[in-house]
Write a protein that binds this ligand. Sequence first.
Ligand SMILES: *Cc1c(COP(=O)(O)O)cnc(C)c1O
Length: 429
Amino acid sequence: MMLAIHGGEAVRGGRPWPQWPQYDAHTEQELLAALRSSRWSVSWYSPRGGKSRERLFGAAFARYNGAAHGVSVDHGSGALVIALEALGIGPGDEVIVPAMTWVAPASAVLRVGALPVLVDVDPATGCLTADHLRAAASERTKAVIVVHLACTAARIDEIAAAAHTAGLALIEDCSQSHGTRWHGRCLGTFGDIGVFSLGAAKSLAGGEAGAAITDRRDLYDRMLMLRADSRAYTETEPAPGEYELVEQATIMGANYCMSELTAAVLLDQLPRLDDQHAHRETRAKELEAGLAGIPGLAPIPVPAPVDRRAIYEYGIRFRPGTFGTASVEQVADALTAELGTRVYPPRVPLPRSPLLRPETKPRFARRWHDAADRVAGRPCPGAEHYRAHTLLMHHSVLLGEPGDVDDLLAALAKVAAHAESLTAKGTVA
Ligand SMILES: *Cc1c(COP(=O)(O)O)cnc(C)c1O
């Protein structure tokens, strides 16, 4: 049997995968209502008065996560910036950032004038551990950003304890773990602030959007001003024609506000999230039952205290040698050809990421030049191992039918059985 990447018949013959994002007539209605309200922005007024949709979403999202307060933001990146600013992080400070993540946590630290210290991760989960945290903390360290990656969670109990002992502020980046629960409690509520991207690919999608949650009233008040040019909400909700923001200005902000049209989409999407979690988990369980029958393959481990998990990217680990001498890229490309949906390796660790280029920006260049060896020079064998032995798929792949799982398993078994053809020398017949 020839692999599809070499011209053989693909496991999945063109049957489409579930579309993402998902929307229906209700989404359209909500979006149209926001459009027709003439409000469009929290900074503008409504002829009818009442709270903005971004304020309603901030509160609804906090409630969903069991947090006291929620702030709607333009992006996950913006949420990281205002979280760091609310905690008082700035020039001279250093913030621990895991080496295995999207570039935004590191660039957010640079944007507030501080330095990200790139730290190795657990090779099995790609997540920061308490041991890595303790080993990296110095007298310059002021905070930690922990990222709950892909389809698992960092050991947040141990990390929160280690951060507390070291006197460090803790930000949880839950951009890949919306609604994951640890002993029944949502991730994002264990540190000082939880931040979320609500970008189009994420498991709660608003297009370009983000949110920050906290139990601390002082941090909430600061984040409101930080994200709306020093303005906070009025005490009472606005009457027709009145503005909802008041110039409080106890801390200087910038504009990271979420559009009202985006908030309308998110208010439609949030009530769907739990059913989607359940749907994906059903498919994931079927997939995991099947993986047990393919030697060398295993799901990314999930810590036992996780009693409900979000899946942003579903990850499969393979033992060295499972696909012969083929690289993770070669295996991923072969699987993509069999399935007609993208299978891909994790991004390269941040110390060698092409996206982390502080030297190209005048604002960052000097600071980075002086410190790069120290803050980004650590070896990251855990991150490198994770990167070289993990295959990822977008969560929407798990929003379909049981037959989809059969296709995933058949493709994995086929590519494993014919892996030597991926590295064979010469032309393939
Ligand atoms: C997506 C993502 C972000 C960035 O969010 P944006 O909304 O694109 O700014 C930050 N952190 C992690 C872990 C992410 O996955």
